[in-house]
Design a protein around this ligand. Structure first.
Ligand code: COA
Length: 386
């Protein structure tokens, strides 16, 4: 019997030129550009275009992409009616998965009916769909936030960039430039991460020539799980449970003795601190400085936990991942904890679509094999004889 690789650990499932990880050195690069550099100098629109097209865009290409994104910040009223019909206490990720999947019904003319993978991979079609999806995702998340609070939705502001517009629609007030910049950096850091579980779900779905709304909806479902994107919400719950820096050590010892998961720690690919966590940690430090030392108690608890975990989890190569510090920043931006994973999904839409585009440009349907461990062929026993 041949062995299988649990969780496909170490199995290359595709080839890709979109992003790369050096898990020993703690490096993540999009198209060869290190993410700390992108987080410091780029903005989400530019990074998305880099991911989608492979090169840093010219000023002209970037401004055309930005204008196209702004022009697509609109949803049919029927989509908002569907959102009204969903249970308002439902999780934002479930809303997002459902409503994104429904967009192919609300916008049937947008969907290509492919007769071959090649026809489907038409660059104009891919580009148009990519822009529509990246532009609409934040609208869905922000509209949901307003609807479930019983308030009126906040219409997009054409004069604002992607991050500032998203924050304004979510929170109801236009952020100061420093906070908009923090949000932008968070979007960049979450935009892509090689072939993780949700990206793989997108690629598998895309490989069947399912339409791009179905592809993104599948990816959102995968991202919602707590071992993947859902961890960022759990981190805040965990910090609440710990309560104060002084209680960290006892809490951690108890959890590890019970072999429980410490949320926001550990990663299949990194054996050092996740480079995104390094940048996010630095951003919180900048925020502390900006606010004259005033940030929530979450930060003190989190960094005490990171230090305490060095004595135990670091020996296994388990360090903070992207979700460890992101929730603290989102909290400071005034975003409710159950929206954290939806923000991740908005940002990751660029990476998912880059992989979808790469997949259908050279498509072969995913169909792995298995190691069968069930019964050999046997006789059917009629019900009366069992
Ligand atoms: N808390 C406690 N122990 C952890 C841990 C965590 N967050 N992450 C890994 N470990 C331990 C495992 O228990 C295992 O220990 P063992 O060798 O004694 O059995 C060892 O480290 C290896 O972990 P493993 O579960 O095999 O890693 P994986 O690659 O299959 O899983 C994750 C990776 C991300 C799913 C895992 O680290 C995890 O569950 N993290 C918490 C959830 C999270 O933050 N997810 C977001 C990822 S960006």
């Amino acid at each position: 019997m041949s062995a299988h690789a649990r969780g496909l650990a170490g199995v290359p499932a595709t080839q890709s030129s979109i992003s790369s990880i050096d898990g020993e050195k703690g490096i993540l690069a999009y198209r060869g550009y290190s993410i700390d550099v992108l987080a410091a100098h780029s903005h989400y629109e530019e990074t998305a275009l880099l991911l989608l097209e492979g090169e840093l865009p010219s000023a002209r290409a970037l401004s055309a992409f930005d204008a196209a994104l702004r022009a697509q910040r609109v949803l049919k009223p029927e989509v908002i009616s569907l959102m009204h019909a969903l249970p308002q206490n439902g999780h934002p990720m479930h809303m997002l998965q459902c409503v994104v999947a429904s967009l192919d019904m609300f916008y049937p003319g947008e969907i290509s009916q492919p007769t071959s993978a090649r026809a489907y991979a038409d660059p104009d079609y891919v580009r148009t769909m990519t822009i529509k999806i990246i532009a609409r995702m934040p609208l869905l998340v922000a509209y949901w936030e307003r609807l479930r609070r019983g308030g009126a939705v906040i219409e997009p502001r054409a004069g604002l960039g992607y991050a500032a517009n998203f924050l304004t629609m979510l929170t109801g007030k236009e952020p100061e430039p420093f906070m908009a910049r923090l949000m932008d950096a968070c979007l960049i850091l979450h935009a892509e991460h090689t072939i993780n579980a949700s990206t793989f779900a997108a690629m598998v779905t895309g490989s069947t020539l399912a339409n791009p709304y179905g592809v993104i909806s599948a990816a959102i479902g995968a991202l919602s799980g707590p071992l993947h994107g859902g961890a960022n919400q759990r981190v805040l719950d965990m910090l609440d449970e710990i309560g104060s820096p002084g209680k960290v050590k006892g809490w951690l010892d108890k959890k590890l003795a019970a072999r429980e998961i410490i949320w926001g720690m550990g990663h299949r690919e990194y054996k050092v601190k996740d480079p995104r966590a390094v940048v996010l940690h630095g951003l919180i430090e900048k925020l502390v400085e900006h606010r004259g030392g005033k940030v929530s108690r979450y930060y003190d608890i989190a960094r005490t936990l990171e230090e305490a975990a060095k004595e135990t989890l670091a020996a296994k190569g388990v360090y903070p991942n992207v979700d460890f510090y992101s929730g603290i920043l989102y909290h400071e931006l005034g975003i409710p904890a159950d929206q954290f994973t939806a923000l991740f999904a908005v940002a990751r839409s660029a990476g998912w679509l880059a992989h979808w585009s790469e997949q259908i440009a050279d498509n072969r349907i995913f169909r792995p094999t298995q190691v069968y461990t069930g019964e050999a062929l046997r006789e059917y026993v009629p019900l009366k004889d069992r």
